[in-house]
Design a binder for this molecule. Structure first.
Ligand SMILES: *Cc1c(COP(=O)(O)O)cnc(C)c1O
Length: 637
């Protein structure tokens, strides 16, 4: 049967991780529907339009409408849970800016959140100064987490003086003491939050924020002392928020159930001790289903948004009713779930490194050492079924052959035979093991090591830092040709000079990750791939390894007045070479001056002619204004 877009949809899991936003159209293109209502944008067309406007790849694309949609959906999930349960409190979200501090993102969220009273959360002094300025409506919360010095506290209380609902969340006992002093000095009544350490622990890659050994939060002993200190200072009535956060991307709903009940119990007990707590802040952790498996594995989550909201609302309601205390305002600090979907990166493939470098035309020289014939014999017998044995024999003879080469006893012709035949044997063994769940580490390495590597014009360290640092999975899919069957498989390597600059773990069937991705044979036209769900954490965690800078950016908005139904609202040019150099303290003028001196010397020494020298200098100067990434040709020409 002929391959269709639907086959590609299954192969790449698009409708699973795409959760209504991303799909494959019958023409084989990936589309995005920011409001999940059918109004769809073909992403390859956005790339072409951006190129026509002078933008380059890798290209960062933001769908600002998705931010709006996320804000609305998260708020509606809580409102619905509150209505259905008869909970008498309300819900307030705050956006933790550390998840994406880019101005356009924060501003869009604040606008979209106006109707829902979406607040903002800051975890450092720079984030607080950002938040103070952007937070305009006094009714929205401004929650301060993270370690704080006196200066931090002063800035927070400055916000109180301006009538903002700034809540200072104490992460440790000393912060309570400092807050008592600074607020007396400034003569303001603070809104005090207390972060508690829960015993409930999360799992997954971000689990260490939880449990009794966590770096943040007060133990029960400290909590009681904090209340006593505040009481003595006449400030017990300032305690208005109870906070806990057990980690990001919580994969398992059971963990949320347990932590919410444990946290709500703290709230209830403190209320009964006379602390007039108004807000219970359940932190972040709402998971994003990056691999589409809807399971309790690190890159997924085994619950929906609706189940998440229900779990929190019913959990708090139960505990409050048991302890006969008022229903609080529920605050959540979802960052990842708000922003992950809205942004993606389009990259261009520009080549393939063929791993199976074999040739049928090689002849074994007459005088070749015995080891060459030994290896040929392994090839003859490899398919007899003793796969591991064949692998070990191969390793042994190869080692022998390489030693002989080093000593001068193996000619190039023989070495070529050894390499070519080794690849053939390795391929045969890998074919046997591929897709098997049980195999030794050396076999796993063989199976993935034998895959072709696709060269993509981007830096993992800049664009997908969590894929490198944490082995987090992101959906990666060709943006076009999805109505054709992809017939080649391989891993991805980037353009940094670093062997860690690669992606070799991909979305699998949920049980197991894939060690390769499917590609189409190159046909001489540009071949674009999309990295999806990159809106959370990746934008500002990314670093300048090899001095690859910020990417060009296109912001896309739906608009039914446009013929295509969308337009590029704003473009932002990425870093130039000059900018990344200056960030590392190289003044462009100095660099140019030094080049000029060297060129003048070369002219004097008659190494270059004056005309040529001046042209070189002009080229160098122009080069400083260029993009940090490669200018590549379409592969397969
Ligand atoms: C990082 C962080 C968050 C955001 O968590 P997500 O899992 O991205 O929603 C919320 N609260 C605190 C205290 C954090 O440190």
């Amino acid at each position: 049967m002929a391959w269709t877009s639907e086959d590609s949809n299954k192969l790449y899991g698009v409708s699973k991780w795409g959760s209504g936003y991303f799909a494959v159209d019958p023409g084989g293109l990936i589309t995005v529907s920011p409001f999940k209502d059918g109004a769809a944008i073909r992403i390859a067309e956005v790339v072409e339009e951006a190129k026509a406007r002078g933008l380059r790849l890798p290209l960062h694309i933001r769908f600002q409408d998705i931010l709006q949609d996320r804000v609305r959906r998260i708020n509606e999930a809580f409102t619905q849970a509150i209505e259905e349960s008869g909970f008498r409190g309300s819900y307030r979200g705050v956006f933790p800016v550390k998840v994406n501090q880019m101005r356009e993102v924060v501003e869009t969220l604040m606008d979209a959140g106006e109707a829902f009273g979406l607040g903002i959360e800051a975890g450092s002094k720079p984030e607080l100064l950002l938040a103070l300025s952007i937070h305009k409506n006094g009714d929205r919360l401004l929650v301060c987490n993270g370690y704080k010095d006196d200066e931090f506290l002063r800035f927070a209380l400055m916000g109180r003086k301006l009538g903002k609902k700034v809540v200072v969340v104490a992460e440790k006992l000393e912060e309570i003491k400092a807050l008592i002093e600074v607020s007396r000095e400034l003569n303001v009544r603070p809104l005090i939050g207390i972060r508690i350490k829960l015993a409930t622990r999360s799992s997954g890659k971000w689990a260490t924020s939880s449990g009794e050994a966590a770096k943040f939060g007060l133990s029960t002993v400290d909590l009681l002392e904090a209340v006593a200190l505040l009481e003595a200072a006449g400030m017990k009535d300032c305690v208005s928020l109870l906070h806990f956060h057990i980690g990001s991307q919580i994969p398992d709903i059971q963990v949320i159930t347990r932590s919410v009940r444990e946290g709500a119990r703290f709230y209830a007990k403190l209320s009964r001790m006379g602390c007039p707590i108004e807000y219970v802040d359940v932190g972040g952790g709402l998971g994003v289903d990056y691999d589409g498996s809807r399971s309790a594995v690190p890159s997924s989550a085994n619950y929906s948004l609706r189940e998440y909201a229900n779990t929190i609302v019913y959990g708090i309601l139960d505990v409050c009713d048991e302890d006969r205390v008022p229903h609080p305002v529920i605050v959540s600090e979802s960052g990842r779930a708000l922003v992950a979907h809205h942004s993606m990166i389009a990259v261009e493939a520009f080549g393939r490194i063929k791993k199976l470098n074999t040739s049928k035309n090689l002849v074994v020289p007459k005088n070749a050492p015995k080891v060459v014939r030994d290896i040929l014999e392994v090839r003859e017998t490899v398919d007899a079924g003793h796969w591991d044995e064949a692998f070990h024999d191969l390793a042994f003879y190869r080692q022998q052959a390489m030693s002989l080469f080093d000593l001068g006893y193996l000619d190039l012709q023989s070495r070529a035979v050894v390499e070519s035949v080794s690849w053939e044997i390795a391929a045969e063994i890998a074919r046997h093991y591929e897709g098997k769940t049980r195999m030794s580490d050396e076999m796993r390495e063989l199976v993935s090591g034998i895959k072709d590597q696709y060269l993509l014009n981007f830096s993992v360290f800049r664009s997908l830092p969590d894929a490198w640092a944490l082995g987090q999975l992101f959906p990666i899919v060709p943006l076009q040709r999805l109505s054709e069957e992809p017939t080649a498989k391989g891993t991805i390597v980037d353009i940094t000079c670093d062997s860690d600059g690669k992606v070799d773990s991909f979305i699998g069937d949920g049980e197991q990750d894939n060690e390769y991705l499917w590609f189409h044979e190159f046909d001489g036209k540009p071949y674009y791939l999309g990295f999806f769900l990159t809106g959370a954490y990746q934008d500002t965690l990314g670093d300048m390894h090899n001095l690859f800078g910020r990417m060009d950016e296109a912001h896309v908005l739906l608009d039914s007045d446009e013929e295509a139904g969308w337009y590029i609202d704003e473009t932002i040019e990425g870093d130039t070479i000059r900018e990344v150099l200056e960030e590392n303290e190289y003044a462009a003028a100095e660099l140019v001056r030094s080049m000029k001196t060297q060129i003048e010397q070369a002219i004097k020494a008659d190494v270059v002619r004056p005309n040529e020298g001046m042209r070189l200098l002009a080229e160098y100067e122009a080069g400083l204004k260029r993009y940090t990434y490669l200018v590549v040709d379409a592969p397969g020409k």
